[in-house]
Design a protein around this ligand. Structure first.
Ligand SMILES: [Zn+2]
Length: 436
């Protein structure tokens, strides 16, 4: 491929790190914008083992799509991933991965050992889908497009990651670092499986790759998300006796308008249609009859931004607006919160962006992207298993192996043929990251 297809980062590559310097030096070097570290060099694709591995993916193109369809048709609603987990475990056993483990939430992981002294890199795809068990999952083919709920998110990437590990074996490709194949559970419930695995497995990976997007995307951030449910209570009264009585309904009305009056910072740029930071009231309710003051009324807030200082400031503003309405209306008040993720250990933005795991993913993704399509631009967002790694300060990226659309909808679909270059891109990334 011509170098014009590579992103700017790979053209300005400088010889910062080819040995493994100490962590403080890495942080200094990676903080420099000129020091964007791409470890993917197309010449590695010419090595005989890699050529063999890559050709083996072409040779199995039909079989890979067949397996992708079979996996899509195994139901895997969050919390009920056992069947898919068992399937992946059986394939890990055939590959003779080391340390194959299924944990209590049905995450399954296995290690492809390196020859030593290289970084340990996790490739994670999630087992679960957002669709309830009763959903019809039959895959329909329409020309080169596959249609089914879950065909993309995340069955396509689970299939591609499995096949990437097989292709490494077929090519007899050796890496210095260990490669961990992790199939996570309960991703759609709030990244619960990845959190459980990273906190309890005992592994301390050097890099974490979540394979959970369309192949047109590379994300290196983590959305800050806080969700609240605010309740307002009062003794209640018949309408006839309600003049001047404390009203939870009125408090909710006042609180919601105050929440929407909180000034938001300017829109973050480069987010391809996402409009952040944002505060959204998603649900509201209360009361049971026309002719009484409700004894309880409530509403919810979903607060999202890209960095902790902004999120913390908006978090405080939302809470005080909600509480003030209760005080002004003399009604009872309580808050339920969905547990957020603590990002106090996350690396700064420029360090995350310039890290080899992101720059190498970008270079490999662009090298193998569909000819004639626009270059992939990295985005400082994230709502994948990589968020947990980001929160722990582990260099992380989210990528994808298939061109796919409409995740979480019954109309979800994906380009069947795109999985072949997608798997090749994963191979290039895995080998580039663990060669060091
Ligand atoms: Zn997903």
């Amino acid at each position: 491929m011509s170098s014009s297809r590579l992103p700017a980062a790979s053209r300005i590559e400088v010889s910062c790190i080819h040995m493994r310097p100490s962590l403080p030096l890495v942080l200094v070097l990676l903080s420099s914008p000129l020091c964007a570290q791409n470890w993917f060099h197309p010449s590695i694709l010419e090595k005989p083992e890699m050529r063999h591995a890559l050709q083996s993916v072409d040779a199995r193109a039909g079989a890979i799509v067949e397996e992708w369809i079979r996996l899509t048709e195994i139901p895997a609603p969050s919390g009920k991933e056992q069947a898919r987990s068992a399937y992946i475990r059986a394939e890990m056993e055939k590959l003779r991965l080391s340390e194959i483990r299924t944990d209590k939430v049905f995450n399954v992981s296995g290690v492809r050992k390196g020859t030593g002294r290289g970084p340990t890199v996790v490739f994670a795809a999630h087992l679960d889908t957002v669709f309830p068990e009763s959903t019809r999952l039959e895959v329909k083919r329409d020309g080169g497009i596959l249609h089914a709920p879950g065909i993309g998110d995340d069955t396509s990437n689970l299939t591609a990651t499995l096949e990437m590990f097989r292709a490494l074996d077929r090519g007899d490709v050796h890496t210095r670092g260990d490669l961990i194949f992790l199939a996570t559970a309960q991703e759609e419930l709030g990244l619960l499986g990845a959190r459980h695995w990273l906190e309890t497995s005992g592994y301390k990976p050097d890099m974490f790759v979540a394979v959970d997007l369309s192949s047109t995307q590379v994300w290196y951030g983590a959305l800050r998300i806080n969700q609240f449910k605010f309740f307002y209570t009062a003794p209640g009264a018949h309408t006839m006796e309600s003049r001047g009585a404390p009203s939870p309904a009125k408090a909710v009305a006042k609180a919601i308008s105050a929440v929407y009056e909180i000034p938001l910072p300017p829109l973050a740029e480069g987010l391809d249609g996402f409009r952040l930071p944002v505060i959204n009231v998603g649900m509201l309710g209360g009361g049971t009859v026309f002719n009484a003051v409700p004894r309880e009324a409530w509403f919810t807030v979903d607060l999202r931004s890209l960095d902790s200082p902004t999120q913390d400031r908006l978090h405080t503003a939302v809470l005080s607006a909600a509480r003030r309405a209760a005080e002004e209306e003399s009604v009872g008040f309580r808050v339920e919160r969905k547990l957020g993720i603590d990002y106090s250990k996350a690396l700064p933005r420029s360090v995350r962006l310039n890290h080899p795991v992101v720059q190498t993913a970008l270079a490999a993704g662009n090298y193998f992207r569909k000819p004639g399509t626009p270059p992939i631009e990295p985005m400082d967002v994230g709502s994948t298993d990589a968020n947990i790694a980001v929160s722990m300060g582990i260099p992380a990226v989210a990528i994808g192996a298939v061109r796919e659309q409409l995740p979480h909808r019954l109309e979800e679909h994906a380009e069947a043929a795109s999985i072949v270059p997608g798997i090749k891109s994963l191979l290039a990334l895995a080998v580039s990251l663990t060669a060091h």
